[in-house]
Design a protein around this ligand. Sequence first.
Ligand SMILES: [Zn+2]
Ligand SMILES: [Zn+2]
Length: 98
Amino acid sequence: MPPPDGSDAAGDDDGAWGILPHACRTCLGRIVLRGDTFRCADCDATTAGAPDAICGCGLRLAAGPPRLLRCVPNPASMPACRAEIVIAFGEGKPRASS
Ligand SMILES: [Zn+2]
Ligand SMILES: [Zn+2]
């Protein structure tokens, strides 16, 4: 019989989630990793293998020239945004597509 304090959560024996320097493309929540599963800590979006499907990396604008977006630490010069990780334009060379 489980204790009355609600500590009977299932699947609690797989270790802790690790926080990644990636931001959810939907809600800008932090992406966390456990094993091979990437998950948004805020909206529970999940993917496996790579965070690109749910984070800002690889996002493209619907209009305008194709520019890759990527997750970057929030620069201190953006006091209006309290998020630790933001999605910004990638100024580097695009990743080679497989
Ligand atoms: Zn999210
Ligand atoms: Zn990312």
